[in-house]
Design a protein. Sequence first.
Length: 201
Amino acid sequence: MRLSVKTMVLVLLLVGVPAAWADSLIKVNIHTDAMPAMGVAESDEINTLWLGKDKLRDDREGQSVIVNLDDKKLYVIRHDVKVYHELDLPLDLKSLVSPEEAAQFEMMAQQMEMKVQITPTDQVQEIAGYTAKLYKIDLSNPMGMAMELEIWMSDDVGLDAAAFKKLYMEMLSAQPMGADWIKQIMEIDGFRVRQNTKVKM
């Protein structure tokens, strides 16, 4: 049986002092539809990101991830147990685990590797006050997982999208797999202001 979940992500607003590289606040509203067959309830959450010059902080689910390119460090903070981890950038996950675990990560990454097809469209819409263009993206992997994404990208947000994407990719380097296909999506021009995702398994 194939099950699907539709997740909607909307970047709402940027708040900051109108000075060069003042910190900007990005709030992302995330809505997930219910999937009773897998015990997933309908939910809403807010992901908060702070963007500064060569720095990014991502707050969600009781955890913060901070990228600081000045110090070439990545910090993972677990607020519930009051513990943090400090990692050097660029991050080399293989150096943090045993050779056996590194081999397992490599095998899992190959199995989960996503094939990406990006299709630009001519559809333009105003979202949260920004003019955005729609891109349709199809993802699939050898394990039978498939995702259909609708991403609305805008050049009107007023942020340095390239700088943000660079910092965000450094943060994603802490994940053992999945960064390659996200990098391809990150190469789309503009700043993502809305995303609809349907997952099939």
